[in-house]
Write a protein that binds this ligand. Structure first.
Ligand code: ADP
Ligand code: MG
Length: 238
């Protein structure tokens, strides 16, 4: 469980997160809201890129903000970024191995862990291909393999579905749904695709201008009048 208390982040005059208090319990938690709502900033605070001016985050009863960024990674925090982060000159296998290098996982265990991660994202056949030769979806799957290899406890994905066709998003969706069974990790998923959020997230929180609008069961949240108002004119909620 992730417990957020009074989390506040400021960039000069902009309050990117404004005293956010929320408890996240679900195996897959959605984070939605219009552009500029503070979604990425929240992941940045979790991973240590941004420092809050106030507030605390407790992850499975441990104070996260007291851990340094590399300790958070070793603890089991993983993420993907809105901008793709795969290294073109490396193979799929090597891109995943880099994560285990950073985590100082025993060499003897690495192959089996990477094989399992690649199989999970359906990239076993492409393991020795350089990622520059892969499709966008295969590259995104490589990023997901990097997030789930080893023993992650929290996997955070920032708009993984952006730019993909409906068929591609469906393949992504099936992988996202399986992360908990594969790794036992809790997933935090930011995306604008409401169908993807509905299909994958047990609970969803909504941010708007840095404030929490609502957090609860996804189906209830997507029906909520305040959420519809937040999205009015931004995109259509079915
Ligand atoms: N490094 C930064 N410097 C200044 N302002 C920032 C920075 N990062 C984010 N912001 C501002 O914080 C607000 C929240 O941004 P962000 O978390 O990226 O929103 P989202 O991911 O929901 O689109 C926006 O107003 C954005 O312009
Ligand atoms: Mg963002």
């Amino acid at each position: 469980m992730i417990s957020i208390d009074k989390l506040t982040v400021k960039f000069g005059g902009v309050t990117a997160l404004d005293a956010v208090c929320v408890d996240l319990h679900a195996t897959v938690c959605g984070i939605i809201g219009p552009n500029g709502a503070g979604k990425t900033t929240f992941l940045n605070v979790m991973s240590g890129f941004n420092t809050p001016v106030e507030g605390s985050i407790t992850v499975f009863n441990q104070p996260l903000l007291k851990m340094r960024p590399h300790e958070r990674a070793r603890w089991g925090l993983r993420r993907s970024f809105q901008q793709e982060q795969v290294a073109d000159e490396l193979t799929v296998f090597e891109n995943v191995a880099v994560i285990l290098d950073a985590l100082r996982i025993d060499r003897a265990d690495r192959h089996a862990m990477i094989d399992a991660a690649l199989e999970f994202v359906h990239l076993s056949d492409l393991r020795n291909h350089k990622t520059e030769n892969l499709s966008s979806l295969e590259r995104r799957m490589t990023e997901i393999a990097r997030c789930i290899v080893g023993q992650p406890r929290i996997v955070m994905l920032d708009e993984p579905g952006a730019g993909f066709s409906q068929t591609e998003v469906e393949r992504l969706r099936d992988v996202l749904i399986g992360i908990y069974d594969f790794s036992g990790a809790m997933t935090l998923l930011i995306d604008h695709d409401v169908d993807l959020i509905r299909a994958t997230c047990v609970e969803t929180m909504v941010l708007d201008f840095g404030s929490l609008v609502i957090n609860g069961k996804t189906e209830d949240v997507l029906e909520d009048e305040r959420v519809r108002r937040v999205y009015l004119g931004v995109e259509e909620l079915e």
